[in-house]
Design a protein around this ligand. Structure first.
Ligand code: URA
Length: 246
């Protein structure tokens, strides 16, 4: 495997030991060893996957990237920072303030469900690339009666005024004055599902994302709760190839 070197102060800072300024001080004070040797130069190049780095005598656990699954609650926006609104990053309560985390794609403010938050730009890019056509499944409640005509229209690709949506799957769970359904889409346009449903003369009154590619929302997470992905979930995402076929 290729050796991946980084500056020691960067590695410490990414691992939560404080700002670059803070960690430079710790290093200067002789509190950091690399492979058993005290290092006082903050610019020393280290390979966090191969070198044994200890801070205050304790081994450092280095994570190149952080991957968080959140059950986004309603009323919170899918952004990193906002002067007026609470963002999904605010919900992490500063726990990862030393990392530049961002949400992978957006859920509307009134939507809830699966949101991946990471600092792995490459993975985020793959998941969001329109070319990849990553499958996303939503549970929706709709004001109005969903029927077979709607299923057919979804499968043919609904025209949204300026754009024809890709064929999507609508599975009706319950049909009545208020209907519920599962919707599978392979793109992520602005207000996509609300617009598709509106084009059929109905209105989405509740929307929850259940999955994104191979990643499924952990049912143990209540709205607003989050956890890091397991190694298996990260591997599944990294191994992901689109299986778009309707
Ligand atoms: N479609 C929508 O209309 N809203 C979302 O938040 C996600 C998909």
């Amino acid at each position: 495997m290729a050796k991946r070197t980084e500056r020691l102060d960067k590695v410490l800072s990414m691992s939560g030991y404080g700002s670059r300024k803070d960690v430079k001080k710790i290093i200067k004070q002789g509190e950091v060893t690399v492979n058993g040797r005290t290092v006082t130069d903050a610019g020393t190049l280290v390979d966090p996957a191969a070198d044994l780095i200890c801070v205050f005598g304790e081994p450092l656990l280095f994570k190149e990237f952080v991957y968080i699954m959140m059950n986004k609650p309603q009323g919170v926006i899918s952004a990193t920072r906002d002067s007026r609104e609470t963002t999904v990053i605010d919900l992490l309560e500063g726990e990862y303030s030393h990392r530049k985390l961002f949400p992978v794609g957006r859920l509307d403010k009134d939507a809830e469900g699966l949101l991946l938050i990471t600092d792995d730009g490459k993975l985020a890019h793959r998941l969001l690339s329109p070319r990849k056509k990553v499958e996303k499944v939503y549970y929706i409640k709709v004001k109005g009666c969903l029927g077979e005509e709607d299923v057919k229209a979804f499968s043919q690709g609904i025209f949204l005024g300026d754009y024809r949506a890709l064929p999507a799957k609508l599975e009706i769970l319950n049909s009545g004055e208020v209907s519920s359904a599962l919707v599978t889409v392979y793109e992520g346009k602005f207000h996509q599902i609300k617009r598709m449903v509106k084009a059929r003369g109905k209105e989405v009154i509740y929307l929850k994302r259940l999955s994104m590619g191979p990643l499924k929302l952990d049912e143990n997470l209540s709205p607003g709760e989050w956890r890091e992905l397991t190694d298996e979930e990260v591997s599944m995402l990294k191994a992901m190839e689109s299986d778009y076929q309707l």
